[in-house]
Design a protein around this ligand. Sequence first.
Ligand SMILES: Cc1cc2nc3c(=O)[nH]c(=O)nc-3n(C[C@H](O)[C@H](O)[C@H](O)COP(=O)(O)OP(=O)(O)OC[C@H]3O[C@@H](n4cnc5c(N)ncnc54)[C@H](O)[C@@H]3O)c2cc1C
Length: 347
Amino acid sequence: MGKYKYLIVGQGLAGTVLSFQLHQAGIAHMVIDNGHRSASTLAAAGIINPITGRRYVKSWMIDALLPVALDTYAALEELLEITLVTRSPIIRTFENQAQENLWNESTSRPGYSDYVGGGLNPYALHTHPSYGYGVINQACQIQVGQMIVSYREFLEKQGRLITQDFNPEDVQYDSPVQTVADHTFEQVVFCEGYKAIHNPLFKDLPFQPAKGESLIIETNTQLPPAMLRDTVFMAPANKQTFWSGGGYAWDKLDEKPTEDFRLQWMTKLEAIWKGELKVVSHKAGVRPSVKGRRPLIGRHPSYSRMILFNGMGTKGTSLAPYWARHLLSHLESDTELSEEVSLSRFN
Ligand SMILES: Cc1cc2nc3c(=O)[nH]c(=O)nc-3n(C[C@H](O)[C@H](O)[C@H](O)COP(=O)(O)OP(=O)(O)OC[C@H]3O[C@@H](n4cnc5c(N)ncnc54)[C@H](O)[C@@H]3O)c2cc1C
């Protein structure tokens, strides 16, 4: 029986990054996870794209998020002895002159020059031509699926993983400690992804979970050494395969890949890619998205030992490292939580 300061519930991207930062700080904790049963991280590409949306604007707080993300993933690479980070530009295609004008206008503003530029056109031979394209720099892809699987093995070896469901109904509200699998914990940090919608402590927060799906595709044409954002995203995985995925469904929230998505996505891909395409794997996951698109972080207003680290939405790869650090500073050094992410904004 061990005594620990924190129990982390859920070992997807959010729980992994938080646990790793606790490990770096030498703070005693354990992680409980049900074997990645609903981990959206396993379906994700782990792309960090600094310029997003139809108006080509900088992703929220990207200047601050990116260095912390790169630091954290580099340190995880060292700990796990695997390669996680691939730095690669993103080719953003335009369909018409209006889009190109908007791109030029948007990216010529102060603070954008580090993220755009470069005369890369490795797609000319392979894709059906688009009207034009811009190049996004400082983008990268993190192998987040592989990361949570390897980190799980690390936790197991350290004797710090409990593999089972944590039932939030079992929380002992009147006790100063929570007892789980014969261990005691002073505080619990919930990183359950979209399953938080069933957690009685946090279910009334404005979650808006969105199912997405992803394909690994093999092609007979040579892949260029960069990511492509056309009508769909394509991220080279190795010499002959690439990742492509997305889609938003709000009604059927589960991890089951659908035939509808596969057919729709392949039609989109066939319109932009000249080579043969063969699906080698197909996954689905539910993003823990939130109305207002900001993370949900902080202590429960009535049960302060119950803490939430969630709401990573569509951008967990860039958000989780920075906000995990921010939360730890709040928990360990009593610093203020940013109002933009704090649960207190709903009080
Ligand atoms: C198709 C697709 C593509 C995506 N692409 C990108 C991308 O390119 N870049 C990007 O930044 N983001 C992307 N995302 C979003 C990204 O997946 C999420 O932001 C992130 O993975 C969320 O991580 P999480 O740890 O909060 O949740 P999850 O990954 O869902 O992890 C939650 C974990 O908790 C476990 N769990 C839940 N409840 C319990 C319980 N009661 N007891 C025990 N264990 C429990 C689950 O099984 C799981 O292991 C994508 C998502 C999808 C679906």
